[in-house]
Design a protein around this ligand. Structure first.
Ligand code: NAP
Length: 498
C-alpha cells in the first residue's frame, strides 16, 4: 500500500511539532553529529514510531539508519543525524534492526531476507483488539516465521511514539522484552537502558502475545469495582426516587421531579460511598473469621474472597470519589433556585404565623455535629486515597502503610457511621419517614458497616485477638499444615506434621 503525499504532509504537520521538535533536536549539536564509532541501529519504516525512535536513539548516542520505500519523501522528517535511505541499504550494516511497520506489511519485507540473515529484528508492533483475537500467534512469532534466519526480539511495543519523543523523564518507564535468544535480548535490553528505559525480562518469544495484549487492556483491575459502584448507585438512586419523588407524586399529588438531577443524586452518593467503604473492610473480616473457624492460615480462601481482597484499593478509591462528589453536591445545594424559593416561602409562612425567631436547639446541634463528622470522614478518606498512590505508598514502610490503610481506614468507617447516625437522628423511629412503608435510606446503609464494626470490635477481644495473631504466625489448631490441591480430590489433602 503506497502512502499518499497528503498523508506525508499531514504527518509532517503533526509530528514536526512534538514535545521535542526537530528544530530543538538539530539545534543540539551533540544530536546533529554522532561519533563514527557509535553503534549503528537500523529502523525499517518511516512513520510516527520510526521518527520518535530515531530521535531517541540519536539523542542516546546511536548512529541511526532508516530504511524507507521512499527516502526522498521522508528524509526531511527525521533528525539530520539520522541517515534515511532505501530499505536494502539501511539493513546492510546494522546488527540490530527495528521493524516499525504494521503486521500486515511484514510480508512486503521478505525481499530483504538475504540481507537480514543472522541479524536481530526488534518487533515493536501492537495489534488492534480484533487482530489480537483473530491471530493465535503473536506478531513477533509471525515475523520470526517469515525470517527464520533472524533472531526476533519483542520490545518497546508498550512505549508510545509520544513517550519516545519526550523521553522517560516523566517517570519510571518499563520496557518488557522477550526473545528465544538470551544474547539478543541482552543487546536490546542494554539499548533500552542507554535510552533511559528500564528493561523487564519477559522470557521467551512465547510471551510476545501477552506483551501485545498489554496496551489493549483497559483498566482491568477497575472493572468489577466500577460495576459494583454503578450497581449500588442504580439501586440506591431507584430507592431514593421512589421515596422522595414517586411517593409525593402518587400520594400527595406533589411534583418533585426537579429533585432528580441534584437532590436525589446527592442522597444517593453518600450511600454508595459509605457502603463501598464498608466493603473494603468486610473481606478482611470474612478472611479472619474463616481463619478462626479453620484454625489455620494454610488453607486457600475461596476464589471470590481472594478477588475481593485484591480489589480493596479500587473499591476504597471509588468510595472516596463518591464521598468527594457528595461534598461538592452538598456545597451546591444552596445555589439551587428551588432552595431559594423554599427559604422565602418559609420566611413568609413565619411572618404569617407571627413567629419572629425560629431556632430549634436540637436541630442546630445535630447539624453542627453531623457536618463536622462528615468533613472529618472525608479528610481521613482523602489521606487513604493519597497514600494509595504508588509514589506515596513506595515512600512508606510496611508498618506505616498498614497503619494508614487499616487503622485510619477503620477510623474513616467509624466517622462515616457517626456522620450517618447523627444525620438520621431519630428519623428511623418516626412513622412519617416510612414512605410507601420503605425505611429511610440511611437505615439500609448502616447494615453492612455496623456488621464490620461489630466484628472488628469482637476481634479486639483478647481471647480472639490472641488466637488470630497466633494463627497468622503459623500456629495450627491440629498441629498440622494442610496443603490443598485444587483439582484432584483424592490427592487434595496431604498432611505433614511440622
Ligand atoms: P505509521 O506511521 O503508519 O508508519 C508505518 C510505516 O511502515 C510507514 O511509514 C512505512 O514507511 C512503513 N512501511 C513499510 N512497508 C510498508 C507497506 N508495505 N505499506 C505501508 N507502510 C509500509 O505507523 P506507526 O505509528 O509508526 O507504527 C509502526 C509500528 O509501530 C506498528 O507496528 C505499531 O503497532 C508500532 N507501534 C506504534 C506506536 C505509536 O505510538 N505510533 C506505539 C507502539 C508501537 P515507508 O513508507 O517509509 O516505507
Amino acid at each position: 500500500m503506497s502512502r499518499q503525499p497528503a498523508v506525508a504532509t499531514k504527518m509532517s504537520r503533526e509530528m514536526d511539532k512534538p514535545l521535542i521538535s526537530l528544530h530543538l533536536v538539530d539545534s543540539d549539536t551533540s544530536l546533529a553529529k554522532v561519533p563514527d564509532e557509535a553503534p549503528k541501529v537500523g529502523i525499517l519504516g518511516s512513520g510516527d514510531f520510526a521518527r520518535s525512535l530515531a530521535t531517541r536513539l540519536v539523542s542516546s548516542g546511536f548512529k541511526v539508519v532508516v530504511g524507507s520505500r521512499n527516502p526522498k519523501r521522508t528524509a526531511g522528517l527525521f533528525p539530520s543525524a539520522a541517515q534515511v535511505t532505501f530499505q536494502e541499504e539501511a539493513v546492510s550494516s546494522p546488527e540490530v534492526i527495528f521493524v516499525a511497520v504494521f503486521r500486515e506489511h511484514y510480508s512486503s519485507l521478505c525481499g530483504l531476507s538475504d540481507q537480514l540473515a543472522g541479524k536481530i529484528l526488534v518487533d515493536v508492533s501492537n495489534p488492534t483488539e480484533q487482530e489480537h483475537l483473530q491471530h493465535r500467534e503473536s506478531n513477533a512469532e509471525y515475523l520470526a516465521s517469515l525470517f527464520p534466519t533472524c533472531t526476533v526480539v519483542k520490545a518497546f511495543n508498550v512505549i508510545s511514539a509520544w513517550t519516545l519523543q519526550a523521553g522517560p523523564r516523566d517517570g519510571n518507564r518499563q520496557v518488557p522484552i522477550c526473545s528465544d535468544q538470551p544474547e539478543a535480548k541482552r543487546a536490546v535490553s542494554e539499548m533500552a537502558i542507554t535510552m533511559g528505559f528500564m528493561p523487564v525480562d519477559m522470557g521467551s518469544l512465547a510471551s510476545a502475545r501477552e506483551m501485545e495484549a498489554m496496551p489493549l487492556r483497559l483498566l482491568p483491575a477497575w472493572k468489577v469495582p466500577t460495576l459494583l459502584a454503578l450497581g449500588l448507585f442504580i439501586c440506591f438512586y431507584a430507592y431514593n426516587f421512589v421515596r422522595d419523588v414517586l411517593q409525593p407524586y402518587v400520594q400527595e399529588s406533589k411534583n418533585k421531579f426537579f429533585k432528580l438531577p441534584v437532590s436525589v443524586v446527592n442522597t444517593t452518593l453518600p450511600c454508595v460511598a459509605y457502603v463501598l467503604l464498608s466493603l473494603v473492610y468486610l473481606p478482611g473480616v470474612l478472611a479472619a473469621t474463616l481463619q478462626l473457624r479453620r484454625g489455620t492460615k494454610y488453607h486457600r480462601f475461596p476464589d471470590w474472597l481472594d478477588h475481593w481482597l485484591q480489589h480493596r484499593k479500587q473499591i476504597g478509591l471509588l468510595s472516596f470519589f463518591c464521598a468527594a462528589l457528595h461534598a461538592l453536591y452538598s456545597f451546591c445545594l444552596p445555589l439551587r433556585r428551588s432552595h431559594r424559593y423554599d427559604l422565602v416561602n418559609l420566611a413568609v409562612k413565619q411572618v404569617l404565623a407571627n413567629k419572629s425567631h425560629l431556632w430549634v436547639e436540637e436541630e442546630v446541634w445535630r447539624m453542627e455535629i453531623y457536618l463536622s463528622l462528615g468533613v472529618l470522614a472525608l479528610g481521613t478518606l482523602s489521606l487513604l486515597a493519597v497514600t494509595s498512590l504508588p509514589s506515596i505508598a513506595n515512600s512508606l514502610n510496611w508498618r506505616e502503610f498498614s497503619f494508614v490503610q487499616s487503622s485510619l481506614g477503620f477510623v474513616a468507617l467509624v466517622l462515616s457511621t457517626l456522620h450517618t447516625l447523627t444525620y438520621g437522628w431519630t428519623r428511623a423511629f418516626e412513622e412519617s419517614r416510612y414512605k410507601f412503608y420503605l425505611p429511610p435510606t440511611f437505615t439500609l446503609t448502616l447494615l453492612v458497616p455496623c456488621v464490620v464494626i461489630l466484628a472488628k470490635a469482637l476481634f479486639l477481644l483478647p481471647c480472639i485477638s490472641r488466637r488470630l495473631t497466633r494463627i497468622r504466625r503459623g500456629w495450627e489448631r491440629d498441629g498440622a499444615i494442610k496443603f490443598t490441591l485444587p483439582m484432584d480430590n483424592a490427592l487434595a489433602e496431604k498432611t505433614s506434621h511440622v
